[in-house]
Write a protein that binds this ligand. Structure first.
Ligand SMILES: C=CC1=C(C)c2cc3[nH]c(cc4nc(cc5[nH]c(cc1n2)c(C)c5CCC(=O)O)C(CCC(=O)O)=C4C)c(C)c3C=C
Ligand SMILES: [Fe+2]
Length: 491
């Protein structure tokens, strides 16, 4: 199978009409995305401030349900407890949402011809060093990234400002070392072009939009264009293979907020692809890239395959029920199965990188495992970034520079790194298939107001919380323990 660039050229490979779910364990389930208004959020750009309300997105199937951005259970209940891996996997393997909207004709819009849109969601990255601090502000101001208890949520923006200002110098160094900015926008734009072409080759004409969470082009801008273009059916495709509250969950919350406030958008049939790590095309594309890199070693069979995933704080998984870890493990399992089917029986391991701050993150940590492997006598190692599909600071600086240096210092002699999928044709074709498969399930959003939010609006309870919260926050912020924790977070 070829692993050449798809972007800029029509696919050479034969295009399959559909792609079966590659999951070993979970039959397709139906899922519904519902929302509740949650909290107010401000958004920093170099030249302006956005103000908007953020929302809680609930994602559930018949087997599991429930998440909030503020620390309540994400996927909870007795079924979840009995078999969390299977439940999380089932929820996430659901591609679309809701029922098929046959022969879409919106009487309000007087639209008779279908105009399909695909919205790619990604994180976004600073394009220049001047963008770094405001980008970091947007990231840390996200209640899905710094998850404060409800009582302390009023501290979100001051805290984001403080952390972003203090962290910016370290981040800038990283971005400077990879050319002065993130390549994420350029690569995502190329992927969008590739998906558009792949869809066209399959007979579907669609507009493909890019909506970033923390930098340009912001999700709001993409939605604005979608409205302008009078799209009649939308497929939302987050460019994260695995679902996490901090990535896909956060972007979906923003989307839901925008959609619920707008008459046109709230009626627009929409299908959300929540995760796609289990798709055959993705797994095979990853196996292709790994296979190619293995062949560059003198003794490919002796190479340890080292999957390095972006981490999340442990509480996301343990308290909030983030399915990210389970999906990651399932994903690695599927890739290794595919490699075995091709005759590669390499040892492999999974570790988590890029932790930020004083709290515990998913373990084992990439840096610690690299040292251990070196001490154990592993001589050849192939690093595989598995939570990203494009090159960016975490691959180009953290893996290629920091981790490589650490590995070589620790006794590993032969180092290799699998490139991110980028515009690999088999991968882009598979994403196009995922869009086509999701399209029939497009359904318009519905919104509900949570009872907890209504109680928030009760002035007395709000005032008490504010006063009590301020006092507690003051005490906490100036305690020596917290000051030490901050120092660890930033330097
Ligand atoms: C699956 C992917 C990602 C998860 C999960 C994720 C969680 C997460 N990230 C931070 C903090 C930072 N992330 C930063 C950059 C960054 N993160 C991802 C992906 C995931 N993050 C990407 C693709 C990038 C790079 C974007 C680019 O510039 O190209 C940064 C900024 C860089 C730095 O200073 O290190 C921070 C900070 C948290 C706290 C978190 C989970 C809660
Ligand atoms: Fe991150």
């Amino acid at each position: 199978m070829d692993a050449t660039s798809f972007c800029g050229a029509l696919p050479q490979t034969k295009l399959s009409a559909s792609n079966r779910n590659f999951s070993r364990s979970c039959p397709r389930a139906r899922s519904v995305v519902s929302v509740a208004r949650h909290s107010s959020e401000e958004f920093q750009q170099p030249d302006k401030l956005y103000s908007r309300e953020s929302l809680v997105v609930s994602s559930f199937s018949s087997a599991n349900k429930g998440m909030t951005a503020s620390g309540r259970s994400y996927l909870s209940g007795p079924v979840m407890k009995r078999n969390p891996v299977r439940q999380a996997f089932c929820a996430a393997s659901v591609v679309g949402v809701g029922a098929y909207c046959e022969g879409f004709v919106d009487s309000h819009l007087h639209v008779t011809e279908e105009k399909v849109g695909v919205l790619l969601l990604n994180l976004g990255g600073p394009e220049t060093l001047n963008d770094v601090q405001p980008f970091l502000f947007n990231l840390f101001a996200d209640p899905d990234i710094i998850r404060l208890p409800r009582l302390f949520q009023f501290l979100q923006k001051p805290l984001a400002k403080l952390i972003s200002v203090l962290r910016a110098p370290k981040s800038k160094e990283g971005y400077a070392s990879i050319g002065g900015g993130s390549p994420l926008r350029k690569i995502t734009d190329e992927q969008a072009d590739g998906i558009k072409m792949a869809l066209k080759a399959k007979g579907l004409t669609a507009n493909v939009y890019v909506g970033m969470r923390y930098w340009y082009p912001f999700t709001e801008e993409a939605i604005h264009q979608i409205k302008k273009d009078k799209i009649t059916k939308l497929v939302v495709l987050p460019l994260y293979p695995q679902f996490s509250i901090s990535t896909t969950g956060s972007s979906l919350r923003v989307l839901q907020n925008i959609f619920s406030e707008d008459a046109y958008l709230s009626r627009l049939p929409i299908a959300i692809i929540q995760s796609w790590y289990q798709r055959e095309g993705y797994i095979k594309s990853m196996a292709d890239l790994i296979g190619e890199e293995l062949q560059k070693f003198a003794k490919p069979e002796e190479v340890m395959i080292f999957f390095s995933a972006h981490g999340v704080p442990l509480t996301y998984v343990e308290d909030a029920g983030d399915p990210y870890k389970d999906q990651m493990e399932e994903c690695i399992y599927l890739i290794m199965q595919e490699l075995k089917a091709r005759g590669s029986y390499n040892d492999h391991t999974l570790a988590y990188q890029s932790r930020v701050g004083p709290v515990q993150w998913l373990k084992p940590y990439t840096d610690e495992v690299l040292v251990e492997l070196g001490q154990k006598g592993v001589k050849s190692l192939l690093a595989v970034p598995v939570s990203f599909v494009s090159e960016h600071i975490e691959t180009l600086e953290e893996i290629d520079m920091e981790y490589k240096e650490l590995a070589l210092e620790s006794g590993i002699e032969n180092w290799g790194r699998v490139p991110a999928l980028g515009c690999t044709s088999s991968f882009i074709t598979d994403l196009a298939d995922a869009v086509i498969e999701a399209l029939p399930s497009a359904k318009s959003f519905s919104t509900t107001r949570s009872t907890s939010e209504e109680s928030d609006r009760d002035f007395l309870s709000y005032a008490i919380k504010m006063i009590f919260g301020s006092v507690l926050a003051f005490v906490l912020l100036f305690s020596p323990k917290v000051i030490t924790a901050f120092r660890n977070l930033l330097f």
